[in-house]
Design a protein. Structure first.
Length: 246
């Protein structure tokens, strides 16, 4: 992955308050190599697809794969070279996508020093069953995950910034404590995305790096969450009654 071009310095709080506007730019150079740390996980068009996979909000034409990676290289900002050595996640689908009927999403992953990796994505779509795919990787095979509970987005700056996810794997209920380290608010349009928040948007996505603690180990990964502004008051009221949010 290489990029040599312009970029904007913006505050996270500014993007949480409104759409990205024009302004001064500076040169940024990115030169990164991603190396897979797991095989590709997911469904392809040549495989037998389940009903939930044929979902325009999630998988486009039906192809949706995830893959954990190790990313190395450099990022150069304002003449300063930052050597990059971190974990990553490949998220790939193809075909037409439409976000107007997706009203909540939770996409989380984390990699730990002992080689354990978890990945979960849950999408709530109007008129369709909840979409879920996830795994735990311990170096040899994908271990199935079920009964996932993830963090809900409650604000434009990624709130809450501290949360817990849980799921069942190999007969055990796992709990992983997360902390959001940065927030990139993005507006979801019917097609495409735009940096910052837009009042008439279909939905808001918030991306950011996360630190995780799992069985005493500290790991790192990424978190993406979505809510639809149109459905948010009803969702918030229902979750408040269920004791999920204040």
């Amino acid at each position: 992955m290489r990029y040599d071009g312009v970029a904007r310095r913006v505050l996270m709080a500014d993007l949480a308050a409104g759409p990205l506007t024009d302004g001064p730019t500076e040169r940024v150079k990115v030169d990164l190599i991603g190396t897979a740390t797991t095989p590709a996980f997911g469904k392809g068009v040549r495989q037998k697809m389940e009903a939930q996979d044929n979902n325009l909000a999630v998988s486009g034409s039906g192809l949706h794969i995830e893959q954990s990676t190790h990313v190395t290289g450099s990022v150069e900002i304002h003449g300063e070279v930052i050597h990059f050595n971190a974990v990553g996640q490949r998220d790939h689908s193809c075909g037409p996508r439409h976000n107007s009927h997706m009203w909540r999403e939770s996409w989380v992953n984390g990699t730990f020093p002992d080689g354990r990796i978890f990945h979960c994505v849950q999408v709530f779509v109007t008129g369709r069953p909840v979409y879920f795919m996830g795994y735990v990787w311990r170096g040899t095979e994908f271990l199935p995950v079920k009964d996932y509970t993830g963090p809900l987005l409650t604000g434009t700056l990624g709130e809450p910034r501290d949360f817990t996810i849980s799921f069942n794997c190999e007969g055990r209920r796992e709990q992983i404590v997360g902390e959001l380290l940065g927030a990139l608010p993005i507006t979801l349009m019917p097609q495409g995305m735009y940096p910052g928040t837009l009042d008439r948007a279909v939905g808001l996505a918030c991306e950011g790096p996360a630190q995780w603690v799992w069985d005493g180990q500290v790991g790192y990964g990424w978190i993406e969450r979505v809510f639809s502004r149109g459905g948010w008051p009803q969702i918030r009221a229902r979750d408040a009654r269920a004791g999920k949010i204040c």
